[in-house]
Ligand binder design. Structure first.
Ligand code: SAH
Ligand code: SF4
Length: 354
């Protein structure tokens, strides 16, 4: 890290151990001060230097002058009846991102959904983030501090991370991979509890295969036929299904990890019996679970409702056809529907207000 400028305020939450040691060094403190700060941030969720009581008073004063703990600023928090907490955070340059903390009644553990970009360039037609367009990539620190900010605010320990917030993680590979290392090493969430979801960026999938990260890869497939997929996930034109499926097979054979296939259910567009059968054929050679996601209604940029969610009956019918091919199929439990929990929705609403 560059030697710190005299009056520059540094934010420390979200940095890894080496970066915190470098920071301590830049203030002419011994490296172990960096380790102490690291343990206060990641083990005790400290949000200020005053809480770091085993640091000498003079060191705390110097730190207060030169740095801050949190990087992100909480702009808005919505709490759902089901316990889901949806956060809107401001980044240092004022851009906004969303993160969601989810509690499931049938599970003890808490999961969190993080954003990897401001907006998204992929432009899926059913996704509120797609309508925002692409603004910029997040840094690893901005990704990790979403998790720490949620833990500090809620005082809850997060056990699972999904990269299913705003943005396409595999169009921001360097920072996403760096953040995964910090999540494993500093936040102490094991790779088996981290899922990266992608719309199908083949170079990113190949890169992840080489990194050998012990994470789960989720592919947002959404349609088994090229025509429908091109229509709803426009990146299909660049990364077609006939190249994507072999890339997934390669990922699977290199990493020996089971994939998750995500499939958004749009009434009359992706939920037909033919598509359920075609989905089974397409993923025949993959070891994967299938997660059906009932469409979470959003409006397009003109305020028009687009797509409809299929009835429960047609969701179940689709599920049973795919199950007959021997796969484990789940229908995603909806969380926080009373608080705009679909990614990009809160962000859009706040932008429209301002
Ligand atoms: N860009 C990545 C990860 C973020 S989106 C990806 O596309 O995989 C996370 C998941 O939410 C994706 O499967 C996406 O297709 C789904 N999703 C987005 N908008 C949705 C909506 N309105 N209803 C249901 N699922 C949605
Ligand atoms: Fe981007 Fe994922 Fe939304 Fe598609 S679904 S626009 S890839 S965030």
């Amino acid at each position: 890290m560059k030697r710190q400028q005299e009056n520059e305020i540094n934010c420390l939450s979200g940095l890894n151990l080496a970066e915190l040691e470098d920071f301590a060094h830049s203030l002419e403190m011994p490296a172990f001060r960096g380790r102490q700060i690291h343990s206060w941030i990641y083990e005790k969720y400290a949000g200020s230097f005053d809480e770091m009581t085993d640091l000498p008073a003079a060191a705390r004063e110097l730190l207060k002058e030169k740095a801050k703990v949190p990087l992100l600023e909480l702009k808005h928090l919505q709490v759902s009846k089901d316990g889901t907490r949806k956060y809107l955070f401001a980044l240092p340059d004022g851009q906004l991102v969303e993160s969601v903390l989810m509690r499931f009644a049938d599970r003890k553990t808490i999961s969190a959904c993080v954003s990897s970009q401001v907006g998204c360039a992929v432009g899926c037609t059913f996704c509120a983030t797609g309508y925002l367009g692409f603004k910029r990539n997040l840094t690893s620190q901005e990704i990790v501090d979403q998790i720490m900010s949620m833990q500090r605010e809620s005082e809850l320990r997060i056990a699972n991370i999904v990269f299913m917030g705003q943005g396409e993680p595999l169009l921001n590979c360097d920072e996403v991979i760096k953040s995964v290392h910090t999540i494993i090493d500093s936040v102490k969430i094991g790779g088996r509890h981290i899922t990266i979801s992608t719309s199908g960026i083949i170079p990113g999938i190949n890169r992840l295969a080489k990194e050998h990260l012990p994470i789960t890869l989720a592919l947002s497939l959404h349609a088994p036929d090229p025509q429908t997929r091109e229509q709803i996930v426009p990146i299909t034109k660049k990364f077609p299904l006939h190249e994507l499926i072999p890339a997934l097979r390669n990922y699977e054979s290199v990493t020996k990890r089971r994939l998750t296939i995500e499939y958004v259910m749009l009434a009359g567009v992706t939920d037909t019996v033919e598509q359920a059968k075609a989905l089974c054929d397409l993923v025949r050679d993959l070891h994967c679970n299938v997660n059906l996601i009932p469409f979470n209604p959003i409006e397009d940029s003109t305020g028009k409702q687009i797509y409809e969610r299929p009835s429960r009956q047609s969701q179940e019918k689709f599920k049973s056809i795919v199950e007959r091919s021997g796969r484990t199929v789940t229908i995603r439990l909806e969380r926080g529907t009373d608080i705009d929990a679909a990614c990009g929705q809160l962000h859009n609403k706040m932008l429209n207000k301002n």
